[in-house]
Design a protein around this ligand. Structure first.
Ligand code: NAP
Length: 329
């Protein structure tokens, strides 16, 4: 099959448009590994790409999709051969390289992760970049000393992709989990994932005018940035850490050094995109083994390519719950 279906975003005088089209293999960039994409997933960054955010994508027409899992069709590198199950997350996939919202991708061999045994292609995309990022946050927090005796761990943007996987994985690992959400109708969902305490975004913003807040959190994963991020830093227990990975509310950190020099707390940066392949493989192996998530389906909203147009608007509006799983077969 030389033609395949893909979402195509085009730049027009009226703005950015998106539609499903037939594309040709020749439309794909040069690369070492051609993949028959079976599953992808919807991440916040895909919606930025699909709406022409120049911080994500500059070359149009373009197919977004920072995640892809499927079968190798052709490979010019020794590591992969026809029929191998593989996944790709991050690097330039879906940014300025045609991404997983098309049934074929062609990428450098250095981007490709062999699907670890213990994970299906489908499960790997329920996890996707969001889940990899949640796992990286926990990994780095544990390296910084977080353990199940540290106290409750706060997750912000908790019903979103990164947040929901973080709540579930932390709970499965034995942590006490508190969740910040703007969705009053999704408390039951968060409790099912393992949250034992739920805060509204307003709760999380309280005390913004104060220099320090009561020492409450044994660690935190922040996906939203801004006031909620820094308020959470001010509420960390002595010596504990916050892993910052997102900016859906704001890229700013409205704060000062006081929590760092009076409470010895740490602000940890997380990037799952340019992370070295060996480290990505290490985290994927963990997610297929000791950190394997049970009942992954409860996190997944099944989508097809035809559903993407509305799902992109929903994730931009902060309305998605869990992980949008795209079946391209
Ligand atoms: N650093 C990295 O490597 C990396 C990797 C993946 C993602 N990210 C970033 O992480 C963030 C989350 O990504 P995602 O794919 O999980 O997105 P998502 O599924 O849209 O989740 C974001 C969640 O944040 C909450 N939210 C939305 N708008 C908000 C606002 N104005 N104030 C406070 N909370 C708000 C919502 O949850 P509630 O309704 O439950 O509050 C929403 O579901 C994004 O900024 C993304 O770019 C970074």
């Amino acid at each position: 099959m030389s033609s395949f279906r893909a979402l195509l975003v085009e730049k027009t005088d009226a703005g950015f448009t998106r539609q499903l089209v037939e594309r040709e293999l020749d439309d794909l960039p040069e690369g070492d590994v051609l993949i028959d994409v079976r599953y992808s997933s919807l991440n916040y960054k895909d919606a930025l790409s699909a709406t022409g955010n120049p911080g994500v994508s500059r070359n149009f027409p373009h197919t977004p999709g920072i995640d892809a899992a499927g079968l190798v069709l052709e490979s010019t590198v020794a590591e992969f051969s026809h029929g191998d199950e593989v996944l790709v997350t991050g690097y330039d996939l879906g940014m300025n390289t045609c991404g997983g919202f098309g049934q074929r991708v062609r990428v450098p061999g250095g981007w490709v992760v062999p699907l670890p045994s213990g994970l299906s292609l489908r499960d790997s995309m329920v996890i996707g970049t969001a889940g990899l990022t949640a796992a990286l946050c926990i990994h780095k927090l544990e390296e910084a000393g977080m353990n199940t005796d540290s106290g409750a761990i706060l997750v912000t943007g908790a019903t979103g992709g990164v947040g929901s996987v973080a709540v579930k994985l932390l709970s499965q690992l034995g942590y006490e989990v508190a969740a910040v959400t703007g969705k009053a109708d999704q408390h039951e969902f968060l409790e099912r994932l393992g949250a034992t305490r739920i805060l509204s975004r307003e709760d999380a913003r309280q005390g913004a005018e104060r220099a320090l807040l009561k020492e409450t959190w044994g660690g935190a994963i922040d996906t939203v940035g801004g006031e909620i991020l820094f308020n959470t830093v001010k509420g960390l227990r002595y010596g504990c850490s916050l892993a910052a990975c997102g900016l859906v509310d704001s890229p700013d950190i409205p704060g000062n050094v006081l929590p760092f020099i009076l409470r010895n707390v740490n602000l940890l940066g997380i990037d799952s995109v340019e992370l070295k392949l060996a480290r990505k493989i290490e985290i994927w192996e963990k997610l297929a083994g000791p950190w394997q998530l049970q009942d992954l389906s409860e996190l997944a909203e099944p989508l097809s390519l035809d559903d993407l147009d509305t799902a992109i608007d929903r994730i931009l509006a902060g309305e998605m719950v869990g992980r949008g799983l795209i079946d391209l077969s």
